[in-house]
Design a protein around this ligand. Structure first.
Ligand code: BGC
Length: 788
């Protein structure tokens, strides 16, 4: 592994906050992603309320609603049957967080006058973004401004801003100009980076009226293609000395409300703005206005303070269950909390939305949901907020019919989930690294199994999980074949595994291994239902036409699954041909040619032994019980030097496997690189949105990597080891209704049951029955030295 050198911190290390101590145009887009706030539905980039005076390109104004999209037809100059036909892109919606300020006619901007003091804080315990600025106007008037912004965790439609402005050295008029602006167009992708998506250029939202009403003002728009309605609304409350004036104006798709407040030196005016988004994705069109009105009335009646209290209460509970403490490393401490917090801010929790590759922080990957959810984000939620994990799986259930349709288009039985999507349809226009990644079916099956094992939520398995498992298993049974050329082994051809630098191969080992495990689980689930839930089984079997024969076929496919191996090297071959290819010439590839995908044609890359991201290595982690330690060591040693980690999904997996094979320094290095990926802007593209999978991966690196959490045979098991850089590390996980705290010290591990009466677990090879009042301390399990 190339060592990762910690750069000078871009932001100071703080335990519970992210802070910016000065504003700079050049860094602004990155900060807009990092200082984003969200509640799983609304996402707002950290744009300044007053707008920008910097050069063009200083800012990407971003307001997103999870699952709200337009679908543009994909135009292929050279198309073919079955290509994805539409691109569902998360929309940048009307901007309602605009509040301009002028001081006796002088407009406040950070690039005019003098900024005497500045601090911006993302407070992860309180769930707010706060900005404190002392500003002197060009003519010498000073104001102290404190702005607090939040997206309510307790009500997905609601966001609010409190703007306090104090006159410091003058008597005069302050004017707040609060607006909602609906004229947003998605920026065209001019950088040629495929990860950004096409961009729009044209506005996707068409005007359908607006009005300054009594209780609130509204702008109504409709998406160009999907014909969804969006209602963006605002209301205000002003607390100021008497004598202020209020006026309202309307221009093209922009409503503005002005408050002119006479202040004497030392006095403060406080404007509170409530913002709500409602769409016809959630409610019938005619309900949007009354719903918005009710919400604004309630918000104004109750005020800002209860919202703050509710944020804090929500986060108290979240941190109680999800916090990780790292003693001895403030940079990583901040990183791991930031990541957990941003995941919470971006995750959909209503069963019909999910979590995008960039969350709700930017437009990279167009807001699409990928396998990232099941393999990266789900473990975090399954073990900390299982109710959210269930919602993520419900999203897949909700889109199962579309997966069935997709399988049909692909001339297969059962269901094939889309590689990238918002509403359930396949959105990938580059099929070699899209539809060909059928492993997403097995990834979803894996996540179902892990969720059910960790929660004991059999009701979910019976009522929803089984149907997904059966339909996706049907797909595999039909796609694969007992291949006479391989002695009758079950082979799966023309697929792409997780490593996108190798495409359309036969027998990608990761896929075959994961499918084997899925088919066994699906057959076990069929047995379970048949024996213990016969009515449900019958109903389901009838609904989907499941025959007795099918689960038998799944077992047979699993039993005869072909796993490519290289006997001389004693390793798993990534696929049928990978090991026969030329190795990539790493020595003569300069650093500025990475990521390779931006500098070489895909075919050039496909012809070489070079990996974008963990593939076999990912299987070593996920299906660890199926490999001996020696196999893990040999495979890791072979694939690690060939892996570029050009995907941000990769280093965390290498960290976990490195920890398992005893290479703790290397594990630490990979973890380090993952956990501060966005805070240090390691991939130089945090401006396009945060790397949510890597964020979740950093949690996995601690809990699965250093903590060694696995579920062999369904049993909770740990094999803790602590990197030499740390004094201790403490994390909590939820398991079958219990809340467990694990504290790994230099010599020992303490287990404490914080909720629940009794929990069975394994510490290394030792079984432990943990009782509520006990806190056993156990020596770290011995670790074999890394093999030569
Ligand atoms: C990775 C995929 C991932 C996608 C979205 C790509 O760069 O190779 O594995 O799903 O990004 O995060």
């Amino acid at each position: 592994m190339k060592p990762y050198i910690h750069p000078e911190p871009l932001y100071p290390y703080r335990d519970w906050t992210l802070e910016e101590e000065r504003y700079e145009d050049e860094e602004n887009q990155r900060s807009e992603s990092l200082f984003a706030i969200g509640n799983g539905y609304i996402g707002m980039r950290g744009n300044l309320e007053e707008g920008y005076h910097g050069e063009r390109g200083t800012s990407v104004s971003g307001n997103y609603l999870n699952g709200f999209y337009d679908a543009e037809p994909i135009v292929y100059p050279e198309g073919a049957y079955g290509f994805a036909v539409v691109n569902q892109a998360m929309l940048n919606v009307a901007d309602a967080k605009i509040i301009g300020l002028s001081v006796e006619g002088e407009t406040f901007h950070l690039n005019t006058g003098t900024v005497l003091a500045y601090k911006r804080t993302l407070d992860m315990r309180r769930g707010i973004l706060r900005r404190e600025v002392d500003w002197e106007s060009p003519e010498g008037r000073r104001v102290r401004l404190t702005l607090t912004r939040l997206a309510a965790f307790g009500n997905k439609h609601l966001a609010a801003i409190r703007y306090e402005a104090k006159a410091l050295n003058f008597d005069g008029t302050l004017t707040f100009a609060s607006a909602v602006d609906g004229t947003i167009a998605r920026p065209l992708n001019t950088e040629g980076d495929p990860r950004l998506g096409a961009g729009g250029g044209l506005p996707s939202l068409l005007p359908e009226g607006m009005e300054h009403g009594g209780a609130f003002s509204w702008v109504r728009q409709r998406t160009r293609h999907t014909r969804f309605v969006l209602l963006t609304t605002m209301s205000h409350e002003l607390s100021a000395p008497p004598g202020f004036e209020r006026s309202r104006t309307a221009a093209e798709q922009r409503l503005t409300e002005e408050f002119r407040v006479p202040l004497r030196s030392g006095e403060t005016a406080v404007l509170t703005k409530y913002i709500a988004y409602h769409t016809s994705r959630d409610y019938p069109e005619e309900e949007l206005l009354p719903r918005a009105e009710a919400l604004h009335r309630m918000a104004v009646r109750e005020g800002f303070e209860p919202l703050l209290a509710a944020q804090k209460a929500y986060l108290d509970d979240f941190w109680k269950r999800a916090d990780i403490e790292i003693e001895g490393d403030p940079a990583l401490q901040q990183g791991i909390r930031f990541n957990a917090f941003q995941l919470l801010q971006s995750v959909g929790r209503d069963g019909v939305t999910n979590i995008g590759a960039k969350g709700l922080t930017g437009e990279g990957y167009e807001g699409h949901y990928f396998w990232d959810t099941e393999m990266y984000m789900m473990p975090f939620f399954t073990f900390t907020m299982p109710e959210i994990a269930r919602k993520l799986l419900e999203f897949r259930y909700h889109t199962l019919d579309k997966a069935r349709e997709r399988a049909g288009i692909m001339a297969q039985k059962g269901a094939l989930y889309p590689w990238r999507t918002i509403a359930g349809e396949e959105n990938s226009s580059y099929f070699p690294a899209g539809t060909a990644q059928a492993h997403i079916n097995a990834d979803i099956a894996y996540a179902i199994r892990q969720y059910v094992l960790a929660t004991g939520d059999t009701a979910f398995l019976v009522n929803q999980g089984a149907e997904m498992l059966f339909e996706t298993s049907r797909f595999w049974a039909d796609l694969g074949h007992f291949n006479p050329a391989r002695g009758g082994a079950f082979c799966i051809d023309a697929v792409t595994g997780p490593d996108e630098y190798t495409a359309i191969v036969n027998n990608n080992a990761y896929t075959n291994l994961m499918v084997r495990s899925q088919l066994e689980y699906a057959a076990d689930t069929a047995d379970l239902l048949r024996e213990s839930y016969p009515k449900e089984y019958e109903r389901l079997a009838e609904a989907i036409g499941l025959t007795e024969e099918e689960p038998r076929l799944w077992r047979e496919g699993a039993a005869r699954m072909f796993i490519p191996r290289e006997e001389k090297l004693g390793i798993i071959a990534q696929d049928d041909t990978f090991l026969t290819k030329k190795r990539w010439d790493f020595e003569n590839t300069p650093a500025d040619k990475y990521p390779l995908l931006l500098h070489y044609h895909p075919l050039v890359i496909y012809r070489h032994q070079v990996l974008k991201q963990a593939d076999v290595v990912l299987a070593l982690f996920l299906l660890g019980e199926q490999f001996t330690r020696e196999e893990k060591v040999r495979n890791y040693a072979y694939y690690e030097p060939l892996t570029t980690h050009d995907s941000s999904l990769s280093p965390c997996i290498h960290s976990i496997v490195a920890a398992e094979v005893g290479e703790l320094e290397s594990a630490y290095g990979y973890f380090d690189r993952t956990v501060r990926m966005d805070l240090d802007d390691i991939n130089r593209n945090a401006k396009d949105g945060l790397h949510t999978a890597a964020m979740a991966g950093s949690w996995m690196s601690i809990v699965h990597g250093f903590g060694g959490l696995r579920l062999p045979g369904g049993q909770l098991s740990f094999r803790p080891r602590l990197p030499s850089q740390w004094q201790s590390c403490r994390f909590r996980i939820s398991f079958r209704g219990c809340l467990l705290e694990v504290r790994i010290g230099r010599e020992e591990t303490d287990y404490t049951l914080l909720e629940g009466e009794e929990l069975e677990l394994r510490h290394g090879d030792r079984p432990v029955v943990l009782k509520a009042a006990e806190r056993p301390s156990m020596a770290l399990p011995s670790m074999e030295p890394p093999a030569e």
